[in-house]
Design a protein around this ligand. Structure first.
Ligand code: GFB
Length: 314
């Protein structure tokens, strides 16, 4: 593992995907760093168009790139839109990384995902579990694209000496999430379901699957802090996990969200929806050894995320 300091002050920093939950948190976190933050709206720049990406990067010439742009969604979206999840993510990563290398970007951080690990990886999952077994079928398309992104970073580092690094954040929650019940991830979806049940005076909500899978949840402000930490302090070929080190069952998550919102009730289980990977807890020992750890615990983070939802999205 290699460390090396990269200073953001005075630099031009592009946050690709600044409208998404992770990208917008990185923009908020960069505010005090003394850098010029570059963003491009989807109307201005379609990242799936290679010439457009090359032209935009050629004009703007960032020093550093946070690569947070991706087509993302929860387990159902991953399972039912395989073409979009594979094509969009492959082409966006290839366009951004290649053009970034061409214009001489000095540092790039790619956000991956813990779904890159085999379905039955050892728990907690160490970084070297990558490519040691079959993927979870529901999100294999997204996982293959993210694995390709990690490999692009490694390949450009080896062949061209580009300082491109990759990280694997665990499941995220927080301000700016996708609150759509069909395409969203579990944390935001359960927040909406519990909120609606409370408002309507209902005493039960629906959970997909069995409620028994275990997931680890990282507040997106912690993710943004970790992303800046790695951008400034890490330079190496090995991708690094970002997580909190503990997980909960989906049923326990629903209880935590209920407590944050002030609702208690029972759960109906929809067996027609998939459970996905039984457990997805990352081994955070490499990131801890570098000196970073998450600060926001799940009950506090959920209360804060719900306050944001009430103020901005409910
Ligand atoms: O967050 P989630 O959609 O994705 O679902 P994954 C996590 C677990 O929550 C699954 C259950 O076991 C779901 O069956 N669940 C229960 C629900 N109720 C609900 C609900 O109302 N909505 C949703 N969405 N889930 C995704 C991957 O996997 O995680 C992506 O598909 C990505 O590729 C992302 O890696 C971080 O954690 O299973």
């Amino acid at each position: 593992m290699t460390s090396g300091h990269f200073d953001l002050a005075g630099k031009k920093v592009w946050v690709a995907g600044h409208r998404g939950m992770a990208g917008s948190a990185i923009v908020r976190r960069l505010a005090g760093e003394g850098c010029t933050i570059l963003t491009a709206s989807r109307d201005e720049l379609d990242l799936r168009r290679q010439e457009a990406v090359e032209a935009w990067l050629g004009r703007n010439r960032p020093d550093a790139v946070f690569m947070a742009a991706a087509t993302v969604g929860g387990i159902h979206a991953n399972d039912t839109r395989p073409g979009e999840f594979l094509y969009d993510n492959l082409i966006i990563e290839a366009n951004v990384l290649h053009a970034a290398w061409q214009v001489g970007v000095k540092k790039l951080l790619l956000l991956g995902s813990t779904c890159i690990y085999p379905k039955l990886a050892p728990q907690p999952m160490p970084e070297d579990a990558l490519l040691t077994g079959p993927l979870e079928p529901t999100n294999q398309w997204y996982a293959v694209a993210k694995i390709a992104g990690i490999k692009l970073c490694q390949a450009y580092r080896r062949q061209y000496g580009a300082d491109f690094i990759a990280c694997m954040p665990t499941n995220l929650y927080g301000p700016g999430d996708n609150y759509d019940l069909v395409s969203g991830h579990v944390a935001a979806s359960l927040m909406v379901k519990v909120h609606n049940a409370k408002v309507r005076g209902e005493d039960s909500i629906e959970l997909w699957g069995t409620g028994t899978p275990r997931r680890e949840f990282l507040h997106v402000d912690d993710l943004a802090d970790a992303a800046l930490f790695l951008m400034c302090n890490y330079s190496g070929e090995d991708p690094l996990n970002i997580g909190v080190g503990t997980d909960v069952t989906i049923r326990e998550l629903a209880d935590i969200i209920g407590a944050a919102i002030g609702w208690r009730g029972s759960y109906r289980f929809d067996a027609s929806k998939p459970d996905g990977t039984p457990r997805k807890l990352v081994d955070v020992s490499r990131l801890s050894a570098l000196g970073w750890r998450a600060r926001i615990d799940l009950p506090d983070g959920m209360r804060q995320a719900y306050a944001w939802y009430l103020a901005n999205a409910a």
